[in-house]
Design a protein around this ligand. Structure first.
Ligand SMILES: Nc1ncnc2c1ncn2[C@@H]1O[C@H](COP(=O)(O)OP(=O)(O)OP(=O)(O)O)[C@@H](O)[C@H]1O
Length: 800
């Protein structure tokens, strides 16, 4: 057996190269992936001209806006809520303010009912919502009075110049009466509380419009679209990583894990590959954002880091979904929809006030965080202070905070991926209990102290039953695989199916053991349990004293095993040689021995002529040969082979048999087969399983002896022959001969094995009787097929 070392970096590089070859060979998929990514980048590139403009109004002078109460507009009603004595008193005083006189003041029982006040377009409502006597909120109409500010374009101290006119958004607060109302309500509250009137004083305050510094403004809806395209800029990659990982995780990852693959190598190989893609697109996006002047003041590095961290978080999100969802297309779709939906949720936070705790919870969703981060970046650009310093690095805290949150999101998704990957049930592989990380054995190397006891506990073959041939003394103490009371039940829609029902069985080193049985007998189930691909419902298995129930022990056992499962294990887009090379590295064969091992497998199985053919183009038999070759890599100590020669031509079958015979000594070989001749000529010991129970274990000879070996004497006769005299002739030589079948012109007798010395005389007499109606006769040895049918018949009788 070659020395094995499960090295994460060797496995990661091998899988990474496999991923690269996949991308290279599946050109259409790869081109589409990059085409869509570049299309999105192009969209983003087309935005910048409409996105921002520099606001510079040098012609705007310092202007005197006059007194607060110069505001003069009677086209509104005043509403307040809740209507209490104090509130009414305050509002009465407010109504006495000179600029309000004559307006309608309405009290409402609560804010909700006040908000139902819906006036026609010509009249506005100014609503005052009291929270207590001293606190209130002033609600101005959305349409006509004060524009609602968006957080990411909240550059409220800005003015725009339209030809000759200068429009300042903030001036609305002065011109539409917001400041005047605020001053009047404040004066009323102060007067009620202090008995001192400040109304006149507050009303005489004057306002001044200062000169504006130049600034960069963002383009409203266009900016939102721009952010949206940034959110979905990695979608094509993320869709593909979701689909690829889900596909591989279903079967190939479990198989490779059973060969010794470290989980981290699998995730790293996909993670690193797509991190490379993300790096390229993040650089392009940052270049566009920066050099097309979407963002003028913020540095390239900040934008690049934001895109990179966002992209990485999406890779881990795709990983997480691939663990939670089984269908590849569905995983890709769900991830895409989540990106869109969570991104849009980010806009909600920009436009509305969502509760703080909810906002923090939403930060766990990386597209949400990215939206906020992007908005903050754009906002930095129009920040007044930033303009003053002409360097945004003075105020980047919020953007840097989003970097950290994105890192946390990535870490969270990765942790959840690894956790659910271990805990959630799947078709193959061992599941851990939900709280496995609390167990000491998970953190510390397992100490094997109880194995001796366990070994003693296990009963040996039930030798007392004469259906089981006692093993010869030379094999005593060579029990490599010990199976005790092994049960396996599958739950189906209509109840449970018992695939194995309490198997007790030892498999010895130095022997080839064949599992025989009808379809659905439980052979694959047993082999899957021994390979660690399936978990028994009850009972125990030890391989070289390592109990398979212990995950840590399973890792040791995988180093000893070579597995050839019922379905082929190979990557269709790799050639035969590449497949062998990849699996040799996954199995931990030392780097300097890999090529030698691959060459040996190609030679031994006569696959040199097909070594450069893609596995997907191999015939069924050739594929099987490749899977067998993969199982044999590293010359494993324990070989578990599920119908290894199925579909192979005769020559290949014999090649496989020869190989197994050559390796038999000091190895444990267990194979299942449907071919009786394979079991007959290859296996030293046959185990016959029927309906999940062991019916017989022993050598071919013993099996045939117990179940009707011998020789079949078939005599063909014509109408001249007297059947009774034929039977008495046979019995005269061999009294215990049995007539097993008779037809009009053919009689079949079974002649016991130990009577071979009587055969010559019998044949002589039969020759002599040729003139008495015996046309011809022949003798054949009982085949295993016949024994199988007999045993099968007995099982059916037993069952009924
Ligand atoms: N995943 C599963 N879910 C439900 N039932 C299953 C599952 N796998 C196997 N079974 C059932 O368990 C029983 C044993 O199946 P198994 O595949 O071990 O038989 P087998 O002896 O290998 O058959 P074959 O020679 O046809 O491969 C069958 O009744 C089968 O239907």
């Amino acid at each position: 057996m070659s020395k094995r070392c499960m090295n994460v970096s060797q496995q990661t590089w091998a899988l990474l190269y496999k991923n690269y070859l996949k991308k290279w060979r599946m050109k259409a998929q790869t081109l589409l992936e990059w085409f869509f990514s570049f299309l999105l980048v192009l969209f983003v590139y087309l935005f910048p001209s409409t996105l921002h403009y520099v606001r510079d109004s040098p012609q705007m002078l310092i202007t005197d806006l006059g007194h607060v109460d110069t505001f003069n507009d009677s086209n509104y009603v005043i509403a307040f809520a809740p209507e209490s004595k104090m509130a009414r008193e305050i509002m009465d005083k407010v109504a006495s303010a000179p600029f309000i006189k004559g307006s309608t003041v309405m009290g409402w029982p609560d804010e909700k009912s006040m908000d139902t006040l819906d006036l026609n377009y010509s009249i506005d409502a100014v609503k005052v919502a009291f929270t207590d006597t001293l606190s209130y909120r002033l609600k101005f109409s959305w349409r006509h009075r004060i524009h609602k500010m968006k957080e990411h374009k909240n550059h409220s101290a800005r003015c725009d110049a339209f030809e000759e006119t200068i429009m300042c958004e903030d001036l609305m607060f002065w011109e539409k009466g917001f400041v005047a109302f605020q001053a009047a309500i404040n004066a009323a509250v102060i007067e009620i509380k202090t008995n001192h009137s400040v109304m006149e004083e507050l009303m005489s305050i004057t306002g001044i419009n200062m000169k504006m510094l130049p600034s960069v403004a963002q383009g409203g809806l266009a900016t939102d679209f721009f952010i949206f395209f940034c959110i979905i800029s990695f979608s094509a990659f993320i869709y593909n990583v979701s689909v690829n990982v889900t596909q591989e995780r279903q079967y190939m990852k479990s198989m490779m894990t059973m060969m010794g693959l470290r989980e981290s190598a699998f995730w790293l190989s996909w993670g690193l590959m797509y991190a490379g893609y993300i790096l390229i697109v993040a650089t392009l996006m940052a270049l566009i954002v920066k050099y097309a002047h979407v963002i003028v003041l913020t540095g390239f590095v900040m934008v690049f880091i934001l895109f990179l961290l966002y992209g990485l978080s999406l890779i881990t999100l795709a990983f997480l979904m691939s663990v939670l969802i089984k269908k590849p297309f569905l995983t890709g779709l769900v991830v895409f929809l989540l990106i869109v939906f969570w991104g849009i949720l980010g806009f909600t936070a920009l436009y509305t006030n969502i509760p703080v705790f909810l906002e923090w919870a939403f930060f766990l969703l990386s597209p949400f965080t990215f939206t906020i981060g992007m908005a903050q970046l754009l906002r930095l650009d129009s920040d007044v202070d930033a303009n003053a310093h002409s360097n945004s690095s003075h105020n980047p805290h919020l953007v840097i905070a989003t970097f950290f949150i994105l890192m946390l999101d990535t870490l969270l998704y990765l942790t959840l991926t690894l956790y659910f990957d271990k805990v959630l049930p799947s078709d193959y592989g061992r599941r851990r209990p939900p709280l496995f990380f609390l167990k000491k054995s998970f953190w510390f190397q397992h100490q094997r102290t109880h194995h001796v006891a366990l070994e003693n506990e296990i009963e040996s073959d039930p030798a007392s039953d004469d259906s089981f041939e006692p093993v010869s003394p030379e094999f005593r103490g060579k029990e490599a695989i010990r199976i005790k009371n092994l049960k396996k039940e599958y739950t189906r829609k209509h109840g449970k199916v018992e695939a194995l029902g309490g198997l007790v069985f030892d498999i010895y080193e130095g022997q080839i053991t064949a599992l025989l049985g009808h379809s659905g007998a439980g052979k694959t189930t047993l082999l899957n349990i021994l390979s660690g691909l399936s978990v028994p419902t009850s009972g125990s298995v030890t391989i070289y004293n390592h109990p398979l129930s212990e995950v840590a022990e399973l890792e040791t056992v995988t180093k000893l095993m070579g597995i050839c499962p019922q379905s082929n294990v190979q990557f269709g887009f790799l050639t035969v040689r590449e497949n062998l090379r990849l699996f040799a590295k996954v199995k931990g064969i030392l780097p300097q021995e890999v090529e030698q091992e691959v060459r040996r497998a190609l030679q031994e199985l006569k696959m040199e002529n097909i070594q450069d053919i893609l596995a997907q183009n191999l015939s069924g038999g050739q594929s099987r040969k490749l899977t067998f070759g993969i199982a044999m890599l590293g010359d494993p100590q324990v070989l578990l082979l599920d119908e290894p020669t199925a579909g192979m031509d005769l020559l290949s079958q014999h090649r496989v048999w020869d190989l197994l015979r050559e390796r038999r000594s000091d190895r444990v070989i267990l194979l299942s087969t449907q071919f009786m001749d394979e079991a007959d000529s290859l296996a030293d010991r046959k185990a016959f399983i029927s309906n999940g129970r062991l019916k017989y274990a022993g050598s071919s000879l013993d099996l045939k002896k117990k179940w009707g070996i011998g020789y079949n004497l078939s005599v063909h006769l014509n109408e001249m022959c007297d059947p009774e005299s034929l039977t008495s002739l046979v019995k005269q030589h061999i009294p215990d001969a049995k007539l097993t079948a008779q037809s009009e012109n053919k009689f079949v007798y079974i002649l016991p094995l130990e009577r071979t010395n009587k055969f010559p005389d019998l044949f002589k007499d039969l020759d002599r009787c040729s003139n008495r109606g015996i046309e011809n006769y022949g003798v054949s040895i009982t085949t295993l097929n016949e024994v199988f049918l007999k045993l099968e018949g007995k099982s059916t009788v037993d069952e009924s």
